[in-house]
Design a binder for this molecule. Structure first.
Ligand code: PEP
Ligand code: MN
Length: 334
């Protein structure tokens, strides 16, 4: 970290600061300029200690040189991480297609979607059982019953399942769920993230709709620092002034996250756009820009969806889209 002292800082104050930094196990290299002194600090600095230094009256500016992503950062871990969900691999050249309805609504509904997405070549089946809804009056999901129906669909199709967990109290119900999703609204539920860090289970961490990539990676750090290295990141659109789509898909997040981190990055064009007609084009764009996978909401009867009907893709459209995604990936890789 580079600390620039204010011009005219008395020598005694400077020496006192240097002594206190050294007491905190930091190496301090001092560079005396004509007007100002620059301290180069080498060692382990917590963000709150850096903030306290920045708040000192004699300090003009503080610049962090290293990124704080100790475990998720590419610098510490140059190779791509490959996350395994049963026999399905994500990252490091392995592309995953996750598909299924926004919510599990009934046995008939989830089985119809599961059969269709399996036939279209999906690798994992999604379906929300605990739905974080903006309105408390909207369909909240079937809870434990929804998870049981999802497992039934897994038993029939062989597809591993992914579902959103909204609280650590639900963990016992998720023991047999293959991939645990942390939704955009929970990305900064640090108690939940810490609990997921204690598991040996893959976690799909969605970006909060007003979160920076830095904040997303710091949330990933909560899981990784608990010992769980199986984290997949998901770009699902952020909130901007644009009112033509539900959110704005930040596709540059894909290569930017790949630059910063070794973790796989997938894209959810359904929540990003909120409109079924836009899901396909943005899915293709995500495949072209190097995403490690896609998560797409599919419903056998979109008009009857109990949640997110406007963005649900029907089964035939999904099958056609899956074929085009494969073609785009082949073209992008050649
Ligand atoms: C979902 O995937 O069902 C969902 C609620 O998405 P998000 O958390 O991205 O809004
Ligand atoms: Mn949804």
């Amino acid at each position: 970290m580079i600390v620039v002292l204010r011009p005219g800082t008395p020598e005694a104050e400077k020496q006192k600061l240097i002594a206190s930094l050294e007491e905190n196990a930091l190496r301090v290299d001092v560079s005396e300029g004509v007007h100002q002194t620059v301290l180069c600090l080498v060692g382990d600095l917590t963000p709150s200690y850096a903030d306290r230094i920045a708040a000192l009256g004699c300090v003009e500016s503080v610049t962090r040189v290293t990124k704080p992503f100790r475990l998720s950062g590419r610098r510490e871990h140059p190779e791509d991480t490959v996350v395994e969900i049963g026999s399905v691999k994500v990252g490091g050249g392995h592309f995953v297609m996750i598909a299924g309805p926004c919510s599990v609504e009934s046995e008939e509904q989830i089985l119809a979607a599961a059969r269709a997405v399996k036939a279209a070549g999906a690798d994992l089946l999604r379906g929300g059982a605990f739905k974080p809804r903006t309105s408390p009056y909207d369909f909240p999901g079937l809870g434990a019953e929804g998870l049981a129906l999802l497992k039934l669909a897994r038993a029939e199709t062989g597809l591993p399942i992914v579902s959103e967990i909204t609280s650590e109290a639900q963990l016992p119900l998720f023991e047999d769920v293959d991939l645990l999703q942390v939704g955009a609204r929970s990305m900064q539920n640090y108690d939940l993230l810490r609990e997921l860090g204690r598991l040996d289970k893959p976690v799909l961490l969605k970006r909060g709709f007003s979160s920076t990539l830095h904040e997303l990676l710091m949330s990933a750090e909560y899981i990784l620092s608990g010992g769980n290295e199986r984290v997949i990141l998901c770009e699902r659109g952020i909130r901007t002034f644009s009112d033509s789509t539900r959110n704005t898909l930040d596709l540059s997040a894909v290569p930017a996250l790949h630059e910063l981190s070794h973790l796989p990055v997938i894209v959810d064009p359904s929540h990003a756009t909120g409109r079924a007609a836009l899901v396909g084009p943005m899915a293709l764009a995500a495949a072209a820009c190097g995403a490690d996978g896609l998560m797409i909401e599919v419903h056998a009867e979109p008009g009857a969806s109990l949640s997110d009907a406007a963005q649900a893709v029907d089964c035939d459209s999904f099958a056609a889209l899956a074929r085009r995604v494969r073609a785009v990936r082949e073209a992008a890789l050649s």
